[in-house]
Design a protein around this ligand. Structure first.
Ligand SMILES: Cc1cc2nc3c(=O)[nH]c(=O)nc-3n(C[C@H](O)[C@H](O)[C@H](O)COP(=O)(O)OP(=O)(O)OC[C@H]3O[C@@H](n4cnc5c(N)ncnc54)[C@H](O)[C@@H]3O)c2cc1C
Length: 447
């Protein structure tokens, strides 16, 4: 059984790895438009500073990334974030520590007393059980109050999705939060009930020595595949019981195909095969995000923490600033420091589309206004994601259900990627393992 995998981000690579474990005798052909695999997992080294273009690690509270790392023999590459970097900050009208305990929440100046009382009142808010889809903002205003939603959920959504509470469906983007209300009647009730069952520790942000690319390079080396790098796939058509994969004139025939490209690319590739499927795929929206990294050979600021997120009310040009070299010290050369700012998202999409010089200027302004750091960086790195992170807005679950139904019409076709069931590296690793199992067993391939 010859399998084609189109797109070599972590979703495609993970699927290839687990499939090879299950069916070592099935030939794999991997097609990737870029010159190197990895997609949103890509490290760039500039004068000794290691900048991540996208993802900088995963949380160990879920086993999925760790399972892939261990099974592929990459355990020696693992690197935990430094304990000193656990402290996080939020910028509203000033920089505040993010409260990490109930006691710190009671005393934080991030929220007014009235807002804290409103959060405590969540216990008394009746559960909504009509199944109607809400945005995270509607859900948050209803259960936790306006101020908490704007500050905490505003900063959190900027950090995870490059989005805002108003642009995200709570059921699609935060299914566990929606389930707390559905299954336990409320968030506090749900968390109390869960704490009794789940005594395990919270996760630790973990990455790889030298940056995420060192894991990708290792994983790619473990795959015995027919590699087609720099090969952008135009279309995928039916050919008898299998598929024909077209790349700029070159054609490859396979028995089954796994499409692991972003939804907008999959839409183009599958247009001729199934127009309805392509239209559903094209409905998945993405947030534009620009990443601006600065390397400093001798920066006086201590950078004691993980970094900061901002709220919309702060009116800063940055969604957040990660203090990368405090989190993973090997990212900067000895004595050096790295800051990495994120700009754009659903909050200010136009910012992500600025040119390099303007992005550097806006990132420096954001860093200066939020952290008071005005030093001229020695090195700058810019990566603009025109379509960075899928935005699971209202209607996302219905769109994914329509994609699922359409894919079921095409035996031997499977779709995977961060566009459907979770954007975190852990989600992609979990879904790729599940898909590989289904392909290996021949038990169908929904997204
Ligand atoms: C700025 C940023 C920061 C992030 N930070 C984190 C984080 O800290 N932690 C975390 O868990 N997650 C993070 N994420 C999310 C996570 O990195 C991604 O969701 C995940 O890596 C997506 O993997 P994927 O394989 O599904 O998609 P992608 O990585 O997008 O891979 C798709 C692949 O398809 C290829 N492709 C596209 N078109 C074609 C074509 N026509 N032919 C062939 N190949 C094609 C692309 O080149 C790419 O390699 C971040 C994402 C971004 C953008």
């Amino acid at each position: 059984m010859r399998i084609g995998i189109v797109g070599a981000g972590i979703s495609g690579l993970g699927t290839a790895f687990w499939l090879q474990q299950a069916r070592p005798d099935w030939p794999l052909a991997i097609f990737e438009a870029a010159a190197t695999p990895g997609g949103a997992l890509h490290t760039e080294v500039v004068e000794g500073f290691r900048f991540e273009a996208g993802c900088n690690g995963f949380l160990t509270n879920k086993p999925d990334s760790l399972d892939l790392v261990r099974a592929s023999g990459a355990t020696p590459l693992l690197m935990e974030s430094s304990a000193a970097a656990r402290k996080r900050f939020v910028y509203t009208d000033a920089l505040y520590s993010l409260p990490e305990s109930p006691r710190a929440f009671l005393t934080t100046r991030l929220l007014s007393t009235a807002a804290k009382l409103r959060v405590a009142g969540e216990f008394l808010v009746r559960a909504r059980r009509d199944g109607a889809e809400e945005t995270l903002e509607q859900f948050g205003y209803r259960r936790l109050g306006r101020e908490f939603t704007d500050v905490f959920l505003g900063a959190m959504t900027a950090g995870i999705y490059g989005s805002t509470p108003a642009h995200l469906s709570v059921a699609a983007a935060f299914p566990l939060i929606a389930a707390l209300e559905r299954e336990h009647g409320g968030l506090f009730r749900g968390m109390l009930a869960k704490r009794k069952r789940e005594a395990g520790p919270g996760g630790v942000l973990t990455s790889f020595r030298g940056g995420v690319s060192s894991f990708i390079e290792h994983l790619a080396r473990t795959l015995r595949a027919d590699w087609h790098l720099g090969s952008s796939i135009d279309s995928i058509e039916r050919a008898g019981t299998g598929y024909r994969i077209h790349a700029q004139g070159a054609v490859t025939e396979v028995d089954q195909v796994v499409v692991a490209t972003p939804a907008y690319a999959a839409a183009r590739q599958l247009e001729a095969l199934d127009g309805e499927l392509a239209r559903s795929l094209a409905r998945i929206d993405y947030s534009p995000i620009a990443v601006v990294g600065f390397g400093y050979r001798a920066l006086a600021a201590p950078l004691d923490g993980f970094g900061l997120l901002t709220t919309a009310a702060a009116r800063l040009p940055v969604l957040g600033v990660l203090w990368d070299s405090s989190i993973f010290p090997d990212r900067a050369p000895p004595g050096g420091k790295i800051l990495r700012a994120m700009l754009g998202g659903q909050r200010n999409p136009e910012l992500a589309r600025l040119d390099r010089d303007a992005l550097i200027a806006r990132a420096r302004e954001g860093i200066q206004r939020s952290m008071g750091v005005d030093a001229t960086p020695d090195v700058a790195y810019v990566y603009s994601w025109e379509r960075g992170i899928p935005n699971y807005g209202p209607g996302h679950l219905a769109t994914v259900a329509a994609i699922d139904a359409a894919v079921a019409r095409h035996p031997g076709l499977a779709l995977i990627g961060n566009a459907y069931h979770g954007v975190a590296m852990n989600d992609c690793c979990r879904n790729s393992r599940a898909l590989a199992t289904r392909v290996a067993d021949g038990t169908g391939a929904s997204v």
